[in-house]
Design a protein around this ligand. Structure first.
Ligand SMILES: Cc1cc2nc3c(=O)[nH]c(=O)nc-3n(C[C@H](O)[C@H](O)[C@H](O)COP(=O)(O)O)c2cc1C
Length: 228
């Protein structure tokens, strides 16, 4: 496997950034990486609003929500705030029902991987005050704000670890972020369904505490547990 695969293995969400400007020429290339991603029916509904002016960066920051599981410890400190944002906009005149979310996901990952190779880390932000930000960006009615990518040269090095009980990422006493990931053997099915991903407790506990409502619930089925 080549360098893209190695980047995929190393990539983590970054929420601490160096106080160093990203040249606009690079930001433009990152927008282009998003722009050239696959697009349903090739409609290309996405547009990219790049912010790198200090004043505007300051205006946007208070409307973003960071790392809900560990709040407020995932919010970038003053000296480690994003030095640029790429807001992903959807042109409503060009979108077809339900498909633009796929376009956004694909464009976002293109941008994240291209950025990582430049030493730039990204945090996808969906938890934000969308109405306020649409006003701040003076968006015309035909454009809607989908998400914001917060960017900067990486100033943290999160660690991937095997998921044991909880999907919640956490910080250790030195402030390093740990990100639990399910084992590949739990999510990979080769020619037949493999039930090893159904470890007791993980999903149901989260659902009960209201933290992961979208995780499918488990049912007992013929002595084995299955995802319904
Ligand atoms: C659709 C989506 C929305 C997200 N929204 C936020 C957000 O609002 N704030 C935040 O701090 N992180 C956000 N994240 C980042 C996730 O918390 C992160 O991807 C997850 O913890 C896994 O970590 P990893 O990206 O390092 O694998 C979002 C990620 C995705 C895919």
């Amino acid at each position: 496997m080549g360098s893209i695969y190695r980047t995929i293995l190393k990539r983590r969400t970054i929420r601490k950034f160096k106080p160093r400007r990203i040249p606009y020429s690079i930001l433009k290339k990152l927008a282009n990486a998003g722009h050239l991603a696959p697009s349903a029916a090739n409609l290309q509904p996405l547009e990219y609003f790049v912010v790198d002016k200090t004043k505007q960066l300051e205006t946007v920051f208070p409307h973003l929500r960071w790392a809900n599981y560990i709040a407020p410890y995932g919010t970038p400190p003053l000296d480690n705030r994003p030095v640029a944002y790429i807001a992903i906009l959807v042109n409503k005149k060009r979108e077809i029902a339900d498909y633009s979310a796929y376009d956004v996901g694909l464009a976002t990952e293109n941008i994240i991987l291209a950025a990582w190779e430049q030493g730039i880390g990204i945090c996808i932000i969906k938890a934000m005050d969308k109405e306020k930000l649409e006003v701040i960006f003076s968006l015309p009615k035909y454009l809607r704000l989908d998400s914001i990518l917060a960017l900067g040269y990486r100033a943290e090095n999160p660690k991937t670890e095997p998921l044991k009980k909880s999907v919640k990422y956490w910080k250790d006493s030195r402030g390093r972020l740990h990100v639990p990931k399910r084992a590949l053997s739990d999510v990979l099915h080769h020619n037949r369904i493999n039930f090893s991903g159904l470890k007791p407790g993980v999903c149901s506990k989260l659902i009960l505490s209201g933290q992961a409502p979208s995780i499918p619930f488990r049912v007992r089925f013929g002595g084995r547990e299955r995802i319904k």
